[in-house]
Ligand binder design. Structure first.
Ligand code: UT7
Length: 370
């Protein structure tokens, strides 16, 4: 029997603090008018001291599990795509695994910069189709605001924080993730980089003096690269799924710059309103941008069962790629939506109980250890 990987749950979490362009005008030499006209961004979310990549990921994952009506103990694997992990090690995914109570799940982080969520979807769907796992949580989470040079108007206006998650489940019903394209070109590694704090440039005074703790980007070159590969990988993935562009209902692109999205639409000869965009609210949240945009598109009633949807991304590495999904299927039918609604309060109660129980466990374990 053939196996398919269906997206059965989705969730997002963004920090409360909003940083508007007008507030940025007070930090760096820029203007709301310039940022809106060159990028489409009006505001972004900034993590507070207590919000971290793992804490945002946990919230997004719990919401996605709730939508999928899946208990954390049923999760086989957690993949966290991130460009700003909690630590170099342990993996952010392991912290998420513990905090959501996914007691029998494997967990690892995946690094492919802003294309990370696309890479993670492809890895997860391949694992599900191979039969090695039935339920996988794929998360994109970022607090890139902590790696931005707030004096560099080229980059600090772009990035925002947040997390988004999908639950992928195995089914014999055809549909779900139908095709994927992953590409890279390391010769462009210098175009977009966060060089320090790892093996090549460990933290130290020289790094700080050379300005290496921060994101550095050649904006114009990244822009050129992005517009080329967005159209190219969308076409490739559509052909791989043996479909035509006209059959595609929605494209959910990485939210980096509204002008990149508009150029891709033009290059593909598609109306721009086929492209989901919420960049004006969140800026570029890297690996989280595609799942966050998807969650909001669902809330707005845009994605319907049976729609063909392309997720397409690009980023540092250089990396780029696309995923084609037939939305809906056995888990997003009317029956499931009704079932999901009826059981949502139960699920909330269960999450709350799990949180209390983990606290009690922690307290008892602490006492025993003492
Ligand atoms: O996830 C992937 C990550 N990155 C991207 O996708 C970014 C891709 N690149 C871009 O989105 C654009 O290149 C930027 C938004 C970064 C820059 O826009 P641009 O239209 O390519 O501007 P530019 O770099 O060509 O600069 C044009 C002018 C320059 O002034 P001069 O030299 O012409 O006098 C810049 O100094 O705009 C100036 N400038 C700014 N002015 C006001 C650059 N940034 C700003 C700013 N506010 N924030």
């Amino acid at each position: 029997m053939a196996r398919y990987a269906h997206i059965t749950g989705w969730g997002m979490a963004t920090p409360k603090k909003v940083l508007s362009n007008f507030e940025l005008e007070k930090i760096v030499e820029t203007s709301n008018e310039w940022i809106v006209s060159r990028t489409g961004i009006q505001e972004r979310r900034i993590a507070s001291e207590i919000e971290t990549p793992a804490s945002l990921a946990v919230q997004a994952a719990l919401r996605a599990l709730e939508v999928a009506n899946v208990h954390p103990s049923q999760v086989d694997l957690i993949i966290v795509a991130t460009s700003s992990p909690e630590h170099i090690f342990p993996a952010t995914a392991c912290i998420v695994q513990d905090q959501i109570g996914a007691k029998r799940a494997g967990a690892f982080d995946l690094s492919a910069a802003c294309t990370g969520f696309i890479y993670a979807l492809e890895v997860a769907s391949s694992i599900i189709r191979s039969g090695a796992a039935d339920t996988i949580v794929v998360i994109g989470t970022e607090t890139l605001s902590r790696f931005v040079d707030w004096q560099d108007r080229n980059t600090c206006i772009l990035f925002g924080d947040g997390a988004g998650a999908f639950v992928l489940q195995a089914s014999e019903e055809p549909g779900g993730i139908l095709a994927g394209v992953l590409r890279s070109d390391g010769s462009g590694a210098e175009l977009l980089t966060l060089p320090s704090g790892a093996g090549r440039y460990p933290f130290g005074q020289t790094i700080v003096q050379n300005g290496q703790p921060y994101i550095r980007m050649n904006g114009r070159e990244v822009f050129r690269f992005a517009t080329r590969v967005m159209a190219q990988s969308t076409l490739e993935v559509v052909q791989k799924a043996k479909l035509t562009l006209q059959e595609v209902g929605w494209i959910v692109p990485h939210q980096a710059n509204q002008r990149i999205i508009e150029t891709a639409a033009k290059n593909l000869n598609l109306p721009v309103d086929k492209f989901i965009s919420n960049i004006h609210r969140y800026g570029n949240t890297s690996t989280a941008s595609i799942p966050i945009a998807t969650c909001e598109a669902i809330q707005e009633g845009k994605l319907k069962p049976g729609d063909y949807v392309v997720f397409v991304g690009f980023g540092a590495g250089l990396t780029w790629g696309a995923t084609l999904v037939r939305w809906g299927g056995p888990f997003t039918t009317k029956r499931k939506r009704i079932f999901g609604r009826r059981h949502r309060w139960l699920s909330r109660l269960r999450s709350r109980f799990l949180r209390w129980w983990r606290r009690i466990e922690g307290f008892l374990w602490g006492k025993n250890a003492a």
